[in-house]
Design a protein. Sequence first.
Length: 436
Amino acid sequence: MLAAMPDSAPSPLSAGGASPRDGAARATPRAGGDACPGTLRLHRADDGALARVRIPGGVLSADRAEALLTAAARFGDGELHLTSRGNVQLRGLGTQCGGELAGLLTDAGLLPSAAHERARNIVASPLAGLDDSPSIRSWLTELDRLVCGSPAAAALSGRFLFALDDGRGDVDALGADVTLIAEGPAGAGAALLRIGAADEVFRVPVAEAPRAALRAAEEFLRAARDSGAWRVKDLPDDVRARLIGTIGAASGPSVPRPRPRTATPPAPGLVGTAAITADVPLGRLTPTQWQLLTDTARRYGGELRLTPWRGIVIPGPVPRPEAADALRTLSAAGLITAPDSPWTGVGACIGHPGCAKSLSDVRAEAGAAVGVPGRLPVYWSGCERRCGHPHGEWIDVVVTPDGHRISHVRGERRDPPTTVGNDSARLAAAVAEARA
């Protein structure tokens, strides 16, 4: 499911560790530095300071999940918020808690490198190795190790994204800067390397794939030196073309493979006997819900996988009778355990009162408009920034001074919008019609 990404780019509250001050949109240098939050660089929001804890691949042991719950209770409002990159945000933090928070996360193994904590942005196919797809765990482990060991990679923006796709195209569709795609069965086949949204990919040896991904990121930093771009898509067209050519010259042959237009998240429910999946309404987890998910994970393999769609996969094996009981328990706790839930596909930014820039409490509005599940996901934004919005095809609801503007987004295309006044019944009907 969908939840809030950063509220804004407000004043950073440094808690040790500097951040790179690069940045530019296309050929125009950005006015400020990269204000993307981390655990050593907290951000001020209307509901307190905010920390974002990077969880590479979304993979959490039950022990580390417990540590995050402890951090939320000790320093914040107790809740845990999932992001569109499978990370965790802690909200309502005191502005002076940075050092203690960093110490707790370091002790738990969640902060292996202070210099690289915001560069560890890696999403991975959450069902990899659980169905008929290959496991990509070795790629994830090795890429995170390489990133943390590269002095150059510490300069990557907190927005720069790696994706590890098991071949099904789910995270390949998320618009990462560097994507590795498994081709063929586990332990065989090839690895494909994509740079930005390029329609071609390069074949690289499977064993060398993580190192090829790191080299591509380091090459991007060299290419971005003059433009100050934070991401591949921010590079001027000619610079981006040269970057892809340089990486291609050091890689294997190129093959055409357009990026998928729309990501397909795991359906809530069961993955055979291999896993339990549950989505989180608006990505917001209470302490009770988080503890329940952690306890459920301990009952089986002891692992949770946070998805880029604000969901959680609990790998098994899970015997069928036990799985049915577990799903009933998770559903009773308010989690989404079936595709026909009214909450399926519904997301929103943090909105008012958590964000000063929001014009409305969009989470409450999204909840009030929940009805029959729609064909398309819908995302509610309290302002034009649309923090945390999805990729691909979706219904965009943005609060404006004149009402709620509703438009149908298809990748880079956007249909002419419709504006609905602040009437909850009319708004819910308009959103339902657009999603259908």
